[in-house]
Design a binder for this molecule. Structure first.
Ligand code: FDA
Length: 301
């Protein structure tokens, strides 16, 4: 737990983030971040596509306090959408509303999101709104709902650690949803703290959406959950086109390939960009064993 807090603290350190931007992908981050620019990232996506894996691409961004930073992020995402379609790669977009200005001005954020969603819609490209911490949960749901009324290519994430996630999944069952356990530090009055309780609720949400909802993305590295889902879809005659598994770029690569080979839809979450530092530290906070990725990098030069 102490190690987790330490990496969370590092992930939020603005000075270190700035230094990381100047020095490029380091400390093993290149194992879990697909590139610092769009061109490198498209090459990484092509490699995954060759192996039957589709991608959801995230332009990494932290600490957006200025409108100019949000506008720059929007422009980068618009460029990414063009690149995905120019190169005809199998990929869609994941984005964080806070990167597009949610913490600055809600209407400004809406306009940025609308531009992205409208362009993606022209290409028939799906846009997922990643879910951040609790303060941004309802504002993000609201933005998604508003945009989905105009374009039908938007979906979001349900985090199983929230007590209210059962009600949320019922409310949003007609959307394409990614279901995750939840990555942020949330207090006990709103979120389960116990891993067993989170896992139990996670399975419950996945089963609900598979039976009642639109397309389901099961985003986890947990083989217990994956094995359970494989059995559940078989028992309930749920066809493979109703769901996909998702994992993060660079994690459990053998299992990613194996699931794709078994004929399941598989989608890798591909983060890229100069702002890799906070993302990388959060992955270490989540699972300090991920440090082996770092040490491998140090010793296998
Ligand atoms: P968890 O960390 O609970 O691990 C369970 C078990 O799986 C471990 O005990 C181990 O046995 C095995 N395992 C896990 N990782 C392994 C590894 N690298 N190697 C070997 N074994 C491993 N969160 C959020 O709040 N908002 C979001 O929008 C998203 N989006 C998102 C997209 C995608 C594609 C993924 C995969 C995850 C997210 N998350 C997220 C993060 C998510 O909420 C969660 O924090 C992490 O996925 C960690 O939980 P897991 O379910 O992967 O397994």
């Amino acid at each position: 737990m102490i190690l987790r807090d330490f990496f969370m603290y590092l992930s939020e350190n603005r000075t270190l983030n700035g230094a990381a931007q100047r020095y490029g992908l380091k400390m093993g981050a290149q194992n879990v971040v697909a590139g610092t620019n769009i061109q490198e990232t498209i090459e990484s996506i092509k490699e995954l596509n060759k192996q039957g894996i589709s991608c959801t691409v995230d332009n990494l961004g932290e600490f957006v306090f200025e409108k100019s930073e949000a506008t720059a992020a929007k422009n980068q995402i618009l460029e990414l959408i063009h690149a995905i379609n120019d190169h005809e790669v199998d990929a869609h977009i994941s984005l964080k509303p806070s990167q597009l200005g949610l913490d600055i001005d809600r209407d400004f954020c809406y306009e940025n999101l609308k531009e992205i969603v409208a362009l993606a819609d022209q290409y028939d490209t799906f846009v997922n709104f990643d879910m951040e911490d609790y303060d941004r949960l309802h504002p993000s749901f609201e933005l998604m709902k508003q945009l989905n009324d105009e374009h039908q290519n938007v979906g979001t994430v349900i985090q199983a650690y929230f007590h209210e996630s059962v009600e949320n999944i019922e409310e949003y069952k007609n959307y394409r949803l990614r279901i995750v356990k939840g990555a942020y530090k949330e207090p006990a009055n709103i979120a389960y703290q116990d891993k067993a309780e989170i896992d139990k609720n996670y399975i419950k949400l996945i089963e609900y959406h598979l039976l009642n909802g639109k397309f389901t993305s099961i985003a986890t590295h947990d083989h217990h959950v994956i094995n359970h889902v494989k059995q559940f879809v078989k028992t309930n005659n749920i066809s493979n086109d109703k769901f996909e598994f998702q994992m993060l770029y660079g994690f459990r690569k053998d299992m990613q390939l194996q699931l794709a080979k078994e004929g399941y839809n598989f989608c890798t979450y591909v983060p890229f960009g100069r702002d890799w530092y906070g993302y990388f530290m959060r992955r270490l906070a989540e699972r300090p064993q991920n440090l082996t990725l770092v040490t491998k990098q140090v010793f296998n030069k």
